[in-house]
Write a protein that binds this ligand. Structure first.
Ligand code: FMN
Ligand code: MN
Length: 493
């Protein structure tokens, strides 16, 4: 199911009892963070919040602000129009397994897949709700008399030591100047003034790669930033899609409906017509400016660093636009649910490459890249090492600082169970592996930014072929018959 606007999604959350309205004025500086953080830290991710009167210096913004809209398993599934994320994982599995059907059921599934993929193709449209209000930066006859551009938006200052206000849920559209291929990534933006902002695409991300090519060609880079619209688009911008997989196509597939794309007013890019806000502009390759500090998803302030500068040329928006926001910080936060959904959806892709993988989890404490638990059906000696190296070689999994491999009967979503296996099953020297690797740009632990070491730990039971000469002991387990009998006894009044 697709949502025609961000506010339609917000209404759906409210109907489902997943949203609380805050009707009193609340400052965009720190106060909204404190409200939202309390929700994000409550069991299961609390509720989404709709601030009707976000204020900046006591002035109420013309736009309401919604936060924590994807911050629970249920809301994340609702954002993608699903009852459960596993439905989407099953659809991915079907497509990967597509082959000539041998039964009616298989045939039917293939037909359904064909239709779904048809829906995935974006559609070009001439106009759209994102153009209901158009402000051109260089046009003195702009629709409003006293033009306020970025200053009109209820943009958050998230944490006390932040270097300023940051757009925290921006879908940043760029294009590869060589191939014309489009990319959408979520890269936060620090507001410098009413018309310029930082563009925090880290060196390993696709936006940065596109930027480098514009720089090498000596050309100005068009950039469009979309806020809101169908949350499937926001999810697609954050998902670590295989490089070259178009986020718009992926969003269309997820929501079972083509994404309608409309041309920008001042730059040669297309954006989803249902966006709540579109910031059109450009990055002048070579121009950088200090960005940060920012209270980051690592739970620490990431220090000031130089990043490209986004120059606004137009701001267009819906007349009923709702400003989408999130905060990041000490886990668990809203982004945990977004990352977990990505992982579940792409588990079939991992399994296609490594059939022995049973499940993977990124526990909240590891803030995505620091800690990966993976369970495998082990068949041969040192298979755990093959999996570590395989994962370190797959897209953004290259950032995984610690990978712990366990046997298939260990539930990787239960951190306590994994720690038990880790402690019980490893000889630290024998079962660890260090490698050199690119590291997440936000990780402050390495001596030098963006490069350092990773560690893999083999917590599987050791096979005789792995040099283990003793007899591996058996894990305790109660007889099924006794368990069932006691369950029956307990059920009696
Ligand atoms: C809330 C949130 C904020 C993020 N902020 C940034 C950021 O500022 N810079 C960045 O490089 N990645 C950031 N990311 C991660 C990227 O969006 C993610 O790695 C994405 O897959 C990148 O897409 P790409 O592979 O198309 O570049 C953020 C993710 C989330 C969920
Ligand atoms: Mn991408």
């Amino acid at each position: 199911m697709a949502y025609p606007s961000f506010s339609a999604f917000v209404s759906a959350l409210e109907k489902a009892g997943e949203l609380e309205r805050i009707t009193i004025p609340v400052a965009t500086e720190l106060e909204i963070t404190e409200f939202a953080n309390r929700q994000m830290k409550s069991p299961g991710g609390g509720k989404a919040l709709l601030f009707e009167k976000p204020t900046l210096d006591g002035v109420v913004s013309p736009f309401p602000l919604a936060i924590n809209t994807m911050g629970s398993e249920r809301r994340m599934a609702m954002a993608l129009g699903l009852d459960s994320i596993d439905e989407l994982a099953r659809q991915m599995q079907l497509i990967l397994k597509a082959k000539p059907p041998t039964s009616f059921r298989e045939g039917w599934n293939l037909v359904k897949q064909g239709v779904d993929l048809l829906h995935a193709r974006p559609k070009r449209v001439k106009d759209g709700p994102c153009k209901e209000v158009v402000h051109l930066v260089d046009n003195p006859q702009s629709a409003i008399r006293d033009p306020q551009f970025l200053a009109a938006l209820p943009i958050l200052k998230c944490w006390p030591r932040d270097g300023g206000r940051f757009i925290t849920l921006p879908n940043v559209h760029t294009r590869d100047p060589d191939t014309g291929e489009r990319n959408i990534g979520m890269y936060r933006m620090q507001i410098y003034d009413d018309r310029t902002a930082g563009m925090h695409w880290q060196v390993h991300k696709v936006g940065a790669r596109h930027g480098k090519r514009y720089y090498e060609r000596g050309e100005r880079m068009p950039v469009a930033v979309c806020l809101g619209g169908d949350p499937a688009l926001t999810f697609a911008a954050t998902a670590p899609l295989p490089d070259g997989l178009d986020e718009i196509l992926f969003a269309g597939f997820v929501r079972k409906k083509s994404v309608e794309m409309v041309k920008c007013e001042t730059i040669d890019l297309e954006v989803p017509a249902d966006s709540d806000f579109v910031l059109e502009g450009y990055v002048q390759p070579g121009e950088t400016r200090p960005e940060g500090p920012f209270g980051d998803h690592t739970g620490f302030y990431t220090p000031v660093d130089d990043y490209p500068v986004f120059h606004l040329t137009a701001l267009t928006h819906r007349s009923d636009a709702v400003y989408p926001a999130t905060i990041v910080g000490i886990p668990p936060m809203e982004d945990f649910y977004m990352g977990d959904a990505s992982l579940r959806v792409f588990l079939p892709v991992f399994r296609m490459n490594f059939p022995e993988i049973v499940d993977i989890a990124l526990p909240a404490e590891g803030v995505f890249h620091n800690l990966v638990f993976v369970s495998i059906r082990k068949q041969y000696a040192w298979q755990a090492y093959k999996i570590m190296h395989g994962l370190w070689g797959m897209g953004q999994m290259m950032f995984s600082k610690y990978i712990i491999v366990v046997d298939e009967d260990c539930d990787v979503r239960n951190t306590s169970e994994v720690l038990f296996r880790l402690c019980a099953n490893t000889d630290p020297q024998r079962d660890s592996e260090f490698v050199k690797s690119p590291c997440d740009a936000l990780d402050h632990a390495q001596s030098v930014a963006t490069m350092g070491s990773h560690m893999g730990l083999d917590a599987t039971r050791k096979l005789p072929g792995e040099g283990y000469t003793r007899e591996w002991p058996e894990l305790l387990k109660m007889d099924d018959a006794v368990r069932e009998k006691v369950a029956r006894m307990l059920a009696q009044p």
